[in-house]
Ligand binder design. Sequence first.
Ligand code: NAP
Length: 527
Amino acid sequence: MISGKNYIGAHLSAKGTITYRTFNPLLNIENEPLHTEASQEEVDEAVDLAASAFETYGAMSGSQKATFLNTIADEILNLDDALIQMYCSESGLPEGRAKGERGRTVGQLRSFADLITEGSWVDATIDTALPDRTPVPKPDLRKMLVPLGPVVVFGSSNFPFAFSTAGGDTAAALAAGCPVVVKSHPMHAGTSEMVASAVLRAAGKTGMPNGVFSNLNSSGTAVGVQLVGHPQVKAVGFTGSIKGGRALFNLASQREEPIPVFAEMGSINPVVALPSALKGHADDWAKKYAGSITVGAGQFCTNPGLILGIQGTDLDRFIKILGSEIETLEPNCMLHPNIHENYEKGKSELSGQHGVTVAASYDAEVAANHARQKILTVDGPGFLKNPRLHQEVFGPFSIVVRCADLDELTMIINNLEGQLTGTILGSTDEIRANQKVGTALQNRVGRIIFNGVPTGVEVCPAMQHGGPYPASTDSRFTAVGTHSIKRWVRPFSYQNWPQELLPDELKDGNPMKISRLVNNALSNDPI
Ligand code: NAP
């Protein structure tokens, strides 16, 4: 069923000489299929094909592209249990998670299909001519968003469906009108090939140009580096480590024609536990946070890696209950031995830092690749002066900082790097009385949560998943929700352009009945 080959458009190809296997972390053995890394020639072929597909795909109507996206969703579901089993064998994640993530992926594809069928997302803006204006006449100007061109998507390790082959980045780019070349994550090459086959079956059924989608295997950095440097590639989507995302961002900006890299990277997602939250509720919050820290073996970009509280008996109680929960929960399997090794390394490095004490540690024997959770504590000054403690440990791990007071807590927030999320636990009155805490957090994060946990990212238009660097490379955009389409487009104006040559979105008659800004007023009417 798995060929191990690359999809160069609809064509399976394996011209390279480097081969590799994926790994089943639960069984601690390699999976059988052998995958062939894309050769330099195949990378060029995939991008050249994407560039030629862009000539037709970039001009297709929203409803044509929507049919393609909905058919991809159908074809993914048609792969049924075989795809779920492949996902589980390459990630160690349970079947329930696989099915949930598949539902999310299919839902994302369908929500982009709805968005582009309706059509108003192109931000059509029309300023009609004033030929009699003095001293100079005003021209007719009409602006809308148009696709950038071929996009490269790097599959993530921690979301083999939702942030990979036909995940959010790909769905958004295809919806925008951009052909996609996926660099599949080496840990999920089989899952990626199966999902790619679904995308390409959908492309065939709906009459999309060959090259609208390709899927390349790689087991090292060479394929990604070549893709990002390719002159026909116009943008990059990435989910992974700060090191990887930053390397690709640097490469893209050093090109003769620099291109945007939308990288969603590391985050420790600070949580502020105000005194009112812990007074009488320390046990509840501790239990909720034990769950949030350990869910999915902590392999979520929104994992709460830092909890800030004010020292005292309530915080002591919170730490005690958090610790006892953490030591009771069964450790989960991580995605890959390398991720597990990085986790163990990061955990032990941070545990050995000056002033840090271990609040809880699961120390019993576990099966291979299972992540033993750990909680550290440190005081405010100890945290402030040690930037190593501010860095993400990807896994079920968190640091609780015992701050002397709210001034110290605010200073810590002000000294953090950019984050995806921030959370405040407390009463409305206490938050209002300490606005500087909320303001400091707002300046550091992309999403702020009231009395909850940061794990769990709803897919909807109002979601912001991205934050100041290094949470992401461009905090003006989101990687989740339909607004993520804005990463793959640019504004484009027509001046004095004849009606019959304008795209439907900008014609006087407004045949698509979309919402437009016409002479500074929002309208769905014809002009
Ligand atoms: P990664 O090392 O950043 O790799 C992600 C993808 O980027 C891989 O396909 C990798 O290719 C490619 N890549 C990395 N560095 C590159 C470079 N210099 N040039 C070209 N391509 C490059 O992340 P990962 O393998 O998914 O996981 C490793 C660590 O990343 C985790 O332990 C975790 O710390 C972090 N991570 C964070 C998040 C988050 O949401 N915060 C999510 C996932 C992972 P190759 O593998 O083929 O080399």
